[in-house]
Design a protein around this ligand. Sequence first.
Ligand SMILES: NC(=O)c1ccc[n+]([C@@H]2O[C@H](COP(=O)([O-])OP(=O)(O)OC[C@H]3O[C@@H](n4cnc5c(N)ncnc54)[C@H](OP(=O)(O)O)[C@@H]3O)[C@@H](O)[C@H]2O)c1
Length: 344
Amino acid sequence: MNLTTHIDSVDKLEEALSEPTDPLVEFVKRLHGPLVVLGAAGKMGPTLCLLANRAAEAAGKELDVIAVSRFSSPGSARWFEDHGIRTLSADLLRAGDYKKLPDAENVIFLVGQKFGTSDNPSLTWAVNTIVPARVSERYRSSRIVALSTGNVYPLVPITSRGSTESDPPAPKGEYANACLARERIFEFSAERFGTRSTLVRLNYALELRYGVLVDIATRIKETGRVDVTMGHLNFIWQRDANERVIRSLDLATNPPCLLNLTGRQTHSVRALAEALAREMNRSVEIVGKEADTAFLSDASSCVRHFGDSQVTADELVRLTARWIDAGLPLLGKPTHFEQRDGKY
Ligand SMILES: NC(=O)c1ccc[n+]([C@@H]2O[C@H](COP(=O)([O-])OP(=O)(O)OC[C@H]3O[C@@H](n4cnc5c(N)ncnc54)[C@H](OP(=O)(O)O)[C@@H]3O)[C@@H](O)[C@H]2O)c1
């Protein structure tokens, strides 16, 4: 689907988010199943599984994609089944549930816990440490792509190109520290078991139901005001993020390969707010003043491996503005990108 067409329904959106690229189709031809996706029922997993399924179809290849999650949101397991994706219900904090998991040559790890960390830090630490420890032992012979976050880096000057993979991490707050612990556990297991893995530090995947553009557009619609203290950020269209996550299986090495996953551009929150307001025919009051630092990642390595995203920020602004204006469904999961103190 071409993004210049109008996306005005969840069906069209999911189709756009799961449209395979030629390189992905080629990659899937070489992939041995099953492909196990752990933590599949969140914001990224459903369309990641569908993207893998459609790439396999286009490649004329049998690929069993198995979505593993607790499926705690009502109807979430049904969505996978309706889209021809096998589900396996498991709570990965429970040792006993690992008996249910199939062997797999390729595993994508999406399990995470971010929001609510301030109220329940012990759960965040448990999800981000105990689960990686058990998974990396269970799948010690597999190739693993495990998601992490750009929040493991410190705030960096907005005049810089952003943190690179070789910069030392300096996480702020319990969530970011727990994410670094997640990475360290995968590294430790790789050393111990010889596992090949890729640790993907993602900065803001977005689609039309959630993400930084949805957050800014919603604020314009509801309050007419946008605070720009956290004045700069990176993002990537979720189809492209998921496409690169799957293809990162090919980058898996021992010791693990580290990869920043985001768009090449640094975006100004002020410019995005003004562009969204224009598209929505509304006014916006800009509040605050841009800080000299922000959470920014350098995507050079990602671009070198996978090329540039073909989707422009202007297209995403236009699509998001129309989606929000029309009151189309949202996931109700704000990113809290404005947080500078690491408290989520
Ligand atoms: N989306 C982004 O922009 C972004 C940015 C940076 C980093 N990341 C990272 O990328 C990964 C995927 O992102 P996402 O946005 O899809 O995350 P998400 O919405 O939080 O999804 C993760 C899913 O993992 C499942 N899960 C949690 N605990 C589990 C357990 N004990 N056993 C089995 N499943 C469990 C949950 O589904 P159930 O409740 O159904 O089990 C949850 O929805 C996460 O690790 C996230 O931290 C994402």
